[in-house]
Write a protein that binds this ligand. Sequence first.
Ligand code: ADP
Ligand code: ASP
Ligand code: MG
Length: 403
Amino acid sequence: MKIIVLKFGGTSVGTTDRIKKVAKIIAKYKKKYAVIVLSSAMSGVTNNLIKLSKKISKNFSDAEYDVLVSSGEQMSCSLISAELIDKGFNSRSWISWQVPIITEGKYKYSRINKINKSQIIRYLKKGGIPIITGFQGINNNNRITTIGRGGTDASAIMFAKFFNAEKCIIYTDVDGVYSTDPNKLKSAKKIKAISYEEMLEMASLGAKVMQPHSIQDARLNRVDIEVKSSFTNNKGTLITKRKNIINNKIITGITSTSNDSKVTLLGVRDKPGIAASIFKPLSENSINVDMVVQNISADGKETDLTFTIKSEELGKTKKIILQNNKINFRDLIFDKNVSKVSIIGVGMITTPGVTYRMFQTLAKEKINILVISTSEIKISVLINKKNVNKAIKSLHKEFKLNN
Ligand code: ADP
Ligand code: ASP
Ligand code: MG
């Protein structure tokens, strides 16, 4: 049995007309494959559920949050299934606990670690088309869990792994992965094939088109992914091993974030262990610190420490720092008007001068760099939000991504 896994994102199932289109795509693959479908909730539904939770409480129970926000997928799966049945196919929806899809980890951020295959295999053998809720599973206590926003990407990849699928196609509202968000820069170019490593960096650094965890799962399990549009027939992007890719560009993609905040502690007494004293309680409270920079004062007695966090963690971070009696500092400042712009590409490993070119390009545009961080295949800078589009446009041109 040749199995294919198809994933449909929120916009692709956003209206009943689109669901009818999705059913046609599924029907096309059914001619050649045993098809497993993973669906997201209709676009906007998950956001609305989250809004409802906020109306009840700022401290809405994490376990109940997962029950609530996972409900959107039940709706879309049933609509897809019913449309297929109406067109004469054998189809049924599967809620994650009915499969079951087993997850581990905390509520809201669980990861799939097992999928019970028996029922689905039996159904596929009978010619059925299972439509399965993405983004969720159940844990060892039989409670419903979710696997992070955009998690249906990871659900699809884990199904492809467990069912040894021949193909895994992620259907979304753009026809592939682009050099930068095509909805923000018209000259963005579609990437034919991209390595897991580059895609993981791009996704983690703001390219919403794929969920970062899903790429980790794909890389670990060597699942090739095709990203395509559910609205057009265009060829999409292949996400695969580095070995399979020929690329002559130094930079593959440019990303930006929209929800970072900068925190600065001014006049911190400079002594060994001070950074650890600041970051320990943050990590104990699951606050993810991203970029860090420390300036040493002229007399070596005081230092300023700057770091970035997700904006939604700002309130919590402020409280933790102010309550921390292990540290002394003169002032605490926050800046929400920042964005992290990153250039990503395996080509920079072997090409000297990329950092210089990036900084020079931003300098020409009079864009001030606040914080810098680098890895083997990416360079990120923190800049004022108002300069993001200008920065992306100029970097896109500098690294010849327009052609
Ligand atoms: P879905 O609901 O199908 O999961 P998402 O909204 O999560 O879709 O992801 C698709 C969106 O990702 C696109 O509409 C696009 O604006 C955005 N995006 C950001 N960066 C990129 C990129 N480099 N290439 C393609 N799309 C991108
Ligand atoms: N519906 C969920 C979300 O909006 C999961 C997904 O779309 O993949 O985050
Ligand atoms: Mg998505």
